[in-house]
Design a binder for this molecule. Structure first.
Ligand code: UD1
Length: 342
């Protein structure tokens, strides 16, 4: 029988790409999203790519009653939980919003899973849980530093909740995936990252500047202890990331997980500076990006990249796409978006 997967945040950037992979793998997908940071039109993109329009519910999963009604109506086999607020800077200025939105939602979901006998969750975590680590690359054993932001803290607490829940209720298994910097877009350019308003993240800011929608990109600091002075990150293609979710889900559904709670780094293992990204973007797309150097951004760390051995060996997953693929796909997506009203 077809297995039914609830994808919270399924119209978002990573959620929509993961939905496509799940449908390709033969799952039925039910999406819950409050559309606070995504558009309903994303469902059309998913349908164009896969031929299937997922069932869609619009609500915020902090609304426990609506969540319970949804789980009662659908016979769900597993949950992939993306829905969360993710702007680091906004979390510093509005911490209660972040703690509530990211943690009440998780607890509601876990309660609902217990009530309706759903035993598996894949959870969106982040490399932000490590803070600025003392040693690079970071392995899953690298100790967490004090969180730099309320956003990062919600991911640390979220993981602790899953660990404790798995200990208390052995029937409830979860895998947290610690993403490094997800970028890129589906090769069809029918779905991609759709920031609402002025982008916070580097890649959409680059593509919007190259497209003439923004005058200039600000590079936040060139005095870091890195080869060219700009900050270093491990960028990972969203399609590789989406495939990792399908692998983690399969592991849970098959009962192949070794612990009730597991966690994996998802990156390419390579660190690139902000200037590396801009130069590569310009070269592969033959387009210019205006930029200037400004002060460091509050809360930014200097450099981070992943050791991905555990995901490679234990999940049998490996990132296949490189920085050039990522940056070509985002430019194709940006050009597709130009002229659209959303
Ligand atoms: C952060 C979090 C990540 C979270 C993501 C979501 C960390 C280590 N990472 O990623 O967990 O999921 O936010 O928003 O906390 N930059 C510029 N100019 C810009 C924008 C960015 O120079 O206009 C630089 C940043 O300083 C950084 C790099 O580009 O060095 C990447 O920034 P961004 O895309 O915002 O992601 P992170 O802050 O790394």
């Amino acid at each position: 029988m077809t297995q039914k997967i609830l994808v919270t945040g399924g119209t978002g950037f990573i959620g929509s790409h993961t939905t496509v992979e799940l449908i390709k793998d033969g799952y039925e997908v039910v999406i819950v999203d409050d559309l606070s940071n995504s558009k309903i039109e994303v469902l059309d993109g998913i349908q164009e790519i896969t031929g299937v329009k997922p069932q869609f519910y619009q609500f915020n999963i902090c609304d426990e009653r609506k969540l319970m009604d949804c789980l009662k109506a659908e016979q769900i086999d597993a949950i992939i939980h993306f829905a969360a607020s993710k702007a680091v800077g906004e979390s510093v200025s509005n911490p209660l919003l972040y703690y509530r939105n990211n943690l009440v939602s998780l607890m509601n979901l876990l309660d609902a899973m217990r009530q309706f006998g759903v035993g598996h969750m894949v959870f969106s975590s982040s490399c932000t849980v490590y803070g600025q680590p003392d040693q690079l690359p970071v392995t899953e054993d690298t100790p967490f530093q004090k969180a730099e932001s309320p956003y990062g803290h919600t991911k640390q607490i979220g993981e602790d909740i899953l660990r404790h829940v798995a200990t208390a209720y052995p029937e409830l298994n979860s895998i947290a995936l610690r993403y490094f910097n997800p970028v890129g877009a589906h090769e069809s350019a029918l779905i991609g990252e759709l920031p609402i308003g002025v982008p916070n993240n580097l890649i959409p800011y680059i593509t919007q500047t190259a497209a003439g929608l923004r005058d200039e990109l600000s590079i936040f600091g060139d005095d870091y202890d890195t080869p060219d002075g700009t900050a270093v990150r491990d960028y990972i293609h969203v399609v590789d990331l989406a495939k990792a979710h399908a692998v983690a889900l399969d592991r849970l559904l098959k009962g192949a997980n070794k612990e009730g709670y597991e966690f994996f780094n998802l990156g390419t293992g390579k660190g690139y500076s902000v200037l590396d990204v801009i130069k590569t973007f310009e070269r592969v797309n033959k387009v210019k990006v205006n930029y200037k150097i400004v002060e460091r951004r509050d809360g930014d760390i200097e450099k981070i990249y992943a050791n991905t051995d555990l995901a490679n060996n234990e999940l049998g997953w490996k990132a296949e796409l490189g920085l050039e693929d990522m940056l070509k796909s985002v430019w194709k997506w940006q050009k597709h978006m130009n002229g659209k009203s959303y």
